[in-house]
Design a protein around this ligand. Structure first.
Ligand code: ADP
Ligand code: MG
Length: 695
């Protein structure tokens, strides 16, 4: 329930003085429906006024002049401005209006009288001029505000009107109990919430508008904290849900022995984290993040074997047929060696095969189901499903994951969830998107990987690239050749990919496959399978090869128009090579005919050349995209924050996430004094009623 202290903030803006039926929809559009929303509207600018004199006035500054009115020049022709010449002891100041009424101006500025005028100084033919002075008054200079916030105006609602409304609403904002940790607050040197709100609306210099201004930092932190608390609550709701106890056993031992390698330290640690979850008796929700080739499958395999050891069934779901098959091909024999029976369930099964597999799952004869979307269909029943593992989890909807999880037997408890992702994302994005999940990261790659040599070349050198490719292919190498596919120009891009395949066929004199998203699924997968089996030396593809495909013999990756891809995507694509013993290379071709490449674009590709660490690339990509791309931020999964900027306030978000965790661990029911204040914060931002994450 909303605490009473917040009522004034949650009143409709229509209750404010000055918000009549005409203005109401405009305020709602600019700020939102509530008084809170208006008060959370940050100024976008500030007018700073300084006392000024004609002789020394500075272009572009807002000056306050004390002038004597000299004469009015009425417009000489229609459309010409109306001018008033005024002067101070140091020179003339011309006041200019476009479309003003001479009578009105005459009354406002009678000849011979002294007035204060304020406005932005422009020099025109060496003379000081002010177009549309923002203040003309009889008052003393001291009575003119030295600074004034500027708000994002809209047609019909000026910044000045908004400022009046905000100023009118501010007194209604209550003092709220402090929800931030006192020591932290002191260390940051921040104001209390109420004072910060006042400061937000009273900037006195450009500096006060910066994301680094203390008031803005405080409010951003509050917003992050409220959001992270909402996520922490979800985590907690899951954690208190009883779930089957899964502990390692004989099958796990056998599986580890059957693995053709030793787990890396990173893998061993992830396994330990997952095992702790699975043994807790509470529902697991974990994301296993690891770059392409970091060995997530082996980690998942251990969890599958653990479940079987404990007498439960599990499911491993992958987004495509080819991936599911690959998992089955790799895991099947290992699980088999561990005495665990697995089936592959996809859309390609014949009705008879399917019937048989479904029966085996329903009866519990088979412990592991590996498959695609086919896994969560209604006809699929399990005997004792306890664990769902989702590979490339972002390719599934929340509903699809839930449908699979719903196949558990409620009497056993909730089905554990282990999701995997090979798309490294910045830590901040991870916190917002998957804040309700625990995260394990595989930071280290298995040994024996050959580093990929990356070259960045202009498209103009495509001839050389093709020549080198010919030599490589003749000695048995396989290559991917990626063409971009951008939605706006899909038809053209597709045609370009088809043409490129033709070119290469001619140039290389070998068979060249073509795979793109517009092809029927079966046809595309047939081409990919031919490439995977080594029957096709070269595969021209749009980005469909991004996801998890493993062709160890492929050692060359050419990416055309690399500058049109996101860094993360390029990294994913590059991860397709360097999987075997062969020395691998990745060639990034940039630019079109002119071959020009901007600074940021260069820096981006350079990052890729420098490092193969997906997490580093993700952070760098994020930084380079900068805060000036709100659309990009949204697309990348950040919620619409009011105060917080996930890039500029990165460290604040990380701190708030830790803070939220600490609060929930110490005082899960929020009954302490700080806990109660924290509840007010949660209500203030109201994240509970928003979609707070993608997971
Ligand atoms: P991803 O994280 O992309 O799913 P995979 O699980 O497919 O990666 O692993 C990539 C390759 O690395 C596979 O061929 C796998 O057999 C191998 N691999 C995994 N773990 C190890 C390890 N500890 N030592 C050596 N090779 C490993
Ligand atoms: Mg994988």
């Amino acid at each position: 329930m909303r605490p009473q202290i917040l009522f004034p903030l949650f009143a409709e803006v229509s209750t404010l003085k000055g918000v009549g039926p005409r203005v109401l929809p405009l305020v709602q559009k600019v700020a939102g429906p509530l008084v809170r929303d208006l008060l959370f509207l940050s100024p976008s600018g500030v007018i700073v006024r300084r006392p000024a004199e004609a002789a020394s006035a500075i272009d572009g500054e807002v000056g306050v002049f004390t002038v004597t009115i000299d004469r009015l020049f009425t417009p000489s022709r229609p459309g010409a401005p109306l001018k008033v010449r005024a002067s101070d002891p140091t020179g003339f100041v011309h006041l200019v209006w476009f479309g003003g009424s001479p009578q009105h101006i005459d009354r406002l500025l009678p000849r011979g009288e002294t007035r204060l005028v304020a406005g932005k100084v422009e020099r025109f033919n060496g003379e000081v001029q002010i177009v549309h002075p923002d203040i003309v008054t009889l008052e003393k200079a001291a009575d003119i505000p030295a600074s004034e916030p500027v708000y994002p105006a809209t047609q019909g609602l000026s910044s000045r009107q908004l400022r009046k409304l905000v100023q009118g609403a501010l007194p209604a904002a209550p003092d709220l109990p402090e929800w931030q940790d006192p020591a932290w607050l002191k260390k940051q040197n921040w104001l209390g919430w109420r004072a910060a709100l006042d400061a937000l609306h009273a900037p006195t210099a450009e500096m006060d508008l910066s994301p680094d201004a203390p008031a803005r930092q405080r409010l951003a932190y509050d917003e992050f904290l409220a959001h992270q608390l909402a996520l922490a609550r979800r985590r907690r709701a899951r954690e208190i849900r009883p779930a089957p106890v899964i502990v390692p056993g004989a099958a796990s031992e056998h599986l580890l022995q059957a693995l053709p390698f030793q787990l890396t330290n990173a893998q061993a640690q992830a396994v330990a984290e997952i095992r702790r979850d699975l043994a807790s008796g509470q529902q697991t929700g974990r994301l296993l993040q690891g770059d392409v080739g970091s060995g997530k499958t082996a980690v998942a395999a251990v969890a599958l074997a653990d479940a079987a050891s404990s007498g439960f069934q599990s499911a491993l779901m992958a987004p495509t047929e080819i991936l599911a098959r690959q998992h089955y091909k790799k895991l099947g024999p290992m699980l088999d060696a561990a005495g665990v029976a697995a089936v592959l369930l996809t859309g390609r099964d014949t009705p008879a095969q399917r019937r048989e597999k479904l029966a085996a799952l329903a009866s519990g004869h088979v412990q592991v189901a590996i498959g695609t979307h086919a896994l969560f269909q209604d006809a699929v029943r399990f005997d004792r499903l306890a664990l769902a593992v989702i590979d490339e989890q972002h390719r599934f909807g929340v509903n699809e994951r839930q449908r699979l999880q719903a196949k558990g037997d409620p009497r056993l408890g909730a089905v554990h969830l282990l999701t995997m992702s090979a798309t490294p994302i910045p830590r901040t994005l991870e916190l917002t998107q998957y804040g309700e999940l625990e995260v394990s990261r595989l930071m280290e790659k298995p040994p024996g990987r050959t580093p990929v040599t990356t070259a960045v070349l202009p498209l103009a050198r495509i001839g050389e690239v093709a020549a080198r490719l010919k030599t490589a292919v003749e000695s048995g190498a396989q290559a991917y050749w990626i063409c971009p596919l951008v939605e706006e120009s899909e038809a053209i891009d597709l045609a370009a990919a088809v043409d490129r395949a033709d070119d290469l066929r001619r140039l290389l004199g070998v068979e060249v496959g073509l795979a793109h998203g517009q092809m029927p699924g079966a046809e595309r997968e047939a081409v990919m399978a031919a490439f995977a089996d080594g029957r096709l030396p070269v595969l021209v593809a749009t980005t469909v090869v991004e996801v998890g495909v493993d062709v160890p013999n492929a050692s060359i990756m050419v990416i055309e128009h690399a500058d049109r891809f996101g860094l993360a995507q390029l990294h994913q694509l590059r991860g397709r090579v360097g999987r075997g013993a062969k020395a691998s290379s990745c060639i990034l071709l940039y630019g079109g005919q002119d071959g020009a490449l901007g600074e940021t674009a260069k820096e981006r590709l350079e990052t890729l050349r420098r490092t193969e660490d997906g997490f580093e690339i993700a952070e760098e990509d994020f930084r380079l995209r900068g805060g000036g791309d709100p659309l990009g931020l949204k697309q990348s999964g950040f919620p619409a924050y009011r105060f917080a900027d996930p890039i500029r306030h990165r460290s604040l978000m990380l701190a708030a996430a830790d803070d939220a965790r600490l609060i929930m661990n110490r005082d899960p029911d929020l009954t302490s004094e700080r806990g109660r204040a924290v509840q007010v914060l949660e209500e203030l931002f109201d994240w509970k009623n928003h979609k707070v994450g993608a997971s």
